[in-house]
Ligand binder design. Structure first.
Ligand SMILES: C[S@@+](CC[C@H](N)C(=O)[O-])C[C@H]1O[C@@H](n2cnc3c(N)ncnc32)[C@H](O)[C@@H]1O
Ligand code: SF4
Length: 396
């Protein structure tokens, strides 16, 4: 990564061709959940050199840096996403200041989607009202489960039912879109527990739900507890059952899948920022460890907040390394991402072998026949359970 962050020739030309988004990473959490290995730090883990208080200013400096780097006629921003960590551990006026810098430097496109993730315990009606007034349009709460003993295995600090309150406050304050994250497959979670979580999530009236299979990440407290035999490892067949149960409950409530782990009510409920990632858009990711992509060049920032602060303060790129994707790598990536979407992957992306694999997937009940005739590979419900294997064959 060159210290000035400059991009290879050609990358900038792509900016005018596709939607452009900004991701802002907020690397702070009050406590660390036992399953999570995101790039986030509690006060005790942070050490010196980086503080929550000074963070908005650093992120704003990176936004300005991005504006200088991306040229004289930067694209307007169609989506902004504040993720973490727990963005709502910054006071609303800190998040508002960063959003205002995005608008000032690049300009928000009319109707831009502006999302923040939030831990349910980290907001109240007042802070949500302040975020709405500052221009946020969408809020995504980490609910994970509605069941006490499941939340406790996940080391979640919030009480069941808090997400319903949060969703109600968000709507009362005028948020157009509310999303919830759920996790299934937690050790000790029964089919009935999962159903309770699904129903509780739907009862909030959220227009978007993400449901993730629990991943046991190396180095987490959860992984250690499973290794010691204190908790059972998630079981693949059970995971598949949970996924099918989610898809059935969401479908009956009018939320349709549009990406393997994401369901939305109508087109307006879909997360446009994530769709931008999945459809080859360009984005700048600001903050420690954030990833960016512009015109086939992908880079990622240094991970630790102190190292990040040092780079930003010295006026050099916080980028740690980058890769420039070749045409063939970009094609494989397009297949990988598009196949996970309900819109599916155009067969024009596939090699001859890939097209044969698509026909086999239809014969095996993993892809939809009529869609293939119309030129796209669209996974069936069973295909979604085996998506990785299907993608492997399509990209052979
Ligand atoms: C950055 S967090 C969301 C916001 C906030 N930090 C919270 O947890 O409430 C993004 C989501 O990733 C999911 N996630 C994190 N670690 C995971 C894991 N090991 N397996 C499955 N999902 C995970 C959780 O559903 C979480 O809500
Ligand atoms: S799941 Fe969310 S709240 Fe928990 S440690 Fe990870 S980022 Fe923080």
């Amino acid at each position: 990564m060159p210290p000035d962050g400059s991009l290879p020739q050609g990358a900038l030309e792509d900016l005018a061709q596709r939607p452009f988004g900004i991701y802002v990473h907020i690397p702070f959490c009050r406590t660390r959940c036992g399953y999570c290995d995101f790039n986030t730090y509690t006060a005790a883990e942070l050490g010196g050199g980086a503080s929550r208080e000074g963070y908005a200013e650093l992120a704003i400096k990176e936004i300005r840096f991005a504006r200088r780097l991306l040229g004289t006629a930067p694209p307007s921003v169609s989506t902004v996403f504040f993720g973490g960590g727990t963005p709502t551990l910054l006071p609303p006026n800190g998040l508002a200041a960063i959003l205002s810098a995005v608008d000032g430097e690049f300009g928000l496109a009319p109707g831009a989607e502006v999302t923040t993730e939030a831990n349910p315990e980290s907001v109240d009606q007042r802070s949500l009202g302040e975020l709405r007034a500052a221009g946020f349009t969408r809020v995504s709460f980490g609910m994970q489960s509605a069941v006490d003993h499941v939340l406790s295995v996940l080391d979640r600090a919030h009480t069941p039912g808090r997400e319903a309150k949060c969703a109600g406050w968000a709507k009362a304050e005028g948020f157009e879109h509310v999303s919830l994250d759920l996790i299934y497959g937690t050790p000790g979670e029964s089919a009935a527990d999962w159903k309770e979580s699904l129903q509780a999530a739907l009862a909030t009236g959220a227009d978007h739900i993400s449901a993730y299979a629990l991943i046991v990440e190396e180095g987490t407290r959860l992984a250690a507890r499973i290794r010691r035999g204190e908790l059972a490892a998630p079981d693949d067949d059970e995971m598949a059952d949970r996924y099918l149960a989610a898809d059935a409950e969401f479908g009956a409530a009018g939320l349709a899948w549009y990406e393997i782990s994401n369901w939305a009510a109508r087109d307006e409920g879909k997360c446009r920022h994530n769709l931008l990632y999945w459809t080859g858009g360009n984005w700048w990711g600001a903050g420690p460890g954030a990833h960016s992509h512009v015109g086939g060049t992908r880079w990622w920032n240094v991970r630790h907040p102190s190292a990040y602060a040092a780079r930003i303060s010295a006026g050099v790129s916080p980028g740690q390394a980058r890769e420039v994707l070749a045409g063939e790598e970009r094609r494989i990536e397009r297949i990988l991402l598009a196949t996970r979407l309900a819109e599916g992957c155009p067969i024009g992306e596939l090699s001859d072998t890939g097209r044969k694999a698509a026909a086999t997937a239809v014969a095996d009940g993993l892809a939809e026949g009529p869609a293939l005739k119309a030129g796209r590979v669209v996974l069936t419900t069973r295909g979604r359970l085996l998506a990785d294997a299907v993608v492997r064959d399509l990209t052979d």
